[in-house]
Design a protein around this ligand. Structure first.
Ligand SMILES: [Zn+2]
Length: 346
């Protein structure tokens, strides 16, 4: 009988080890440890064993029972972790996790980062300035004379209009472009330098598909010895090539800005129709993306930079407009309505 016990142990351990699923293991358990199982039969047989031997055989059966129960428990644990069904907390680690709802950057932020990234690689420093500016920094130093329509109270958000007749250096407004950052920088630093100034600007425009009272601009400024229009063209062309793609073409149209002379408006070939003409480019094949020009000597004088020694160029673009062109968005208001379904697409 002892020999049969040891054979049974070998068989049982082999079957336990071979069980690949919990129900398979359960069958093995029933076969050996069940109420009518093999070990139960051994116990029954024990009654026929002679008196002296009975305790020894009884102990051997009990030991086998313990060994098998323990082995089954261990195998059960192995199968559980293998299937990942349950850890000690009863958590199914193979279940997909709960979506924590991680957001993404706003399309305007992304566009801003992309634009600044391209200019950073070209050696431009990214400089920021305050959104509340003096009238001097926003207009006067940029060669925008008092009679210019943009200085009218209806075209600028002035702050504290009660003290309107106070010094221009002290009169405050919400900046209408990021150009005052250039003024602050030039007052502070000695050329040469190249900077881009990203940020929010404010104009009391009625809101429609292409206007908002607040929008983002990136303006650029390069000042040094022998800076010329060819440098400006190359810089902007390189930007367009990197941002809109290598096949994009660029053209300059003469224009007037108070702070640059000569000045140009810059178009790129429409990336939607490749210049053939479509609804987005009003059938012209071209899209206006920015304004640029050589820094007007009056601007340099306002910040005490020697015009005999230095020259420079500047450019500025609306970030929303660039984002809208790139992604085919036809209404600027979509960018500010905080509709997650819209914002998730970018
Ligand atoms: Zn087009």
């Amino acid at each position: 009988m002892e020999e049969r016990l040891s054979n049974t142990e070998k068989d049982a351990l082999g079957e336990i080890g071979a069980a690949q699923a919990k129900d398979e293991l359960e069958q093995v358990r029933i076969k050996y440890l069940g109420r009518k199982g093999i070990l139960a039969r051994f116990f029954k047989e024990l009654e026929t064993v002679s008196g002296e031997k009975r305790p020894v055989v009884g102990q051997a059966i009990n030991r086998l029972k313990k060994v098998l129960a323990q082995s089954i428990k261990q195998r059960e644990g192995e199968l559980s972790s293998k299937a990942g069904k349950a850890d000690s907390l009863g958590v199914d680690i193979t279940m997909p996790g709960a979506d924590p709802g991680i957001g993404n950057l706003h399309p305007v932020t992304k566009t801003l980062n992309d634009i600044c990234g391209i200019f950073s690689h070209m050696g431009f420093a990214v400089i920021e300035g305050p959104e509340i500016e003096t009238e001097f920094n926003n207009f006067e130093a940029l060669n925008i004379p008092l009679e210019h329509p943009s200085r009218d109270t209806f075209d600028t958000f002035y702050i504290d209009t009660k003290n309107f007749d106070t010094d221009m250096e002290k009169r405050r407004l919400l900046r209408s472009h990021t150009s005052p950052v250039q003024i602050r920088y030039m007052q502070d630093k000695v050329p040469p330098f190249s900077i881009v100034a990203p940020g929010k600007v404010f104009r009391p425009d009625a809101t429609d598909a292409s206007h908002s009272f607040m929008f983002y601009q990136v303006e650029g400024l390069v000042v040094g010895k022998d800076i010329n229009f060819a440098n400006l063209k190359w810089t902007l062309f390189e930007f367009a090539r990197q941002y809109f793609g290598t096949s994009s073409k660029m053209r300059f149209r003469p224009h007037f800005f108070p702070f640059t002379e000569p000045s140009a408006e810059v178009d790129i070939s429409c990336m939607i129709c490749n210049g053939a003409g479509c609804r987005v480019c009003s059938q012209s094949g071209w899209l206006e993306i920015l304004g640029a020009g050589m820094v007007d000597p009056n601007v340099f004088q306002a910040v005490n930079i020697d015009t005999g020694l230095y020259s420079g160029f500047a450019f500025g673009m609306g970030v929303e407009r660039i984002a809208m062109l790139k992604h085919g968005i036809d209404d600027i208001r979509l960018l500010y309505e905080n509709d997650i379904r819209f914002l998730k697409q970018f």
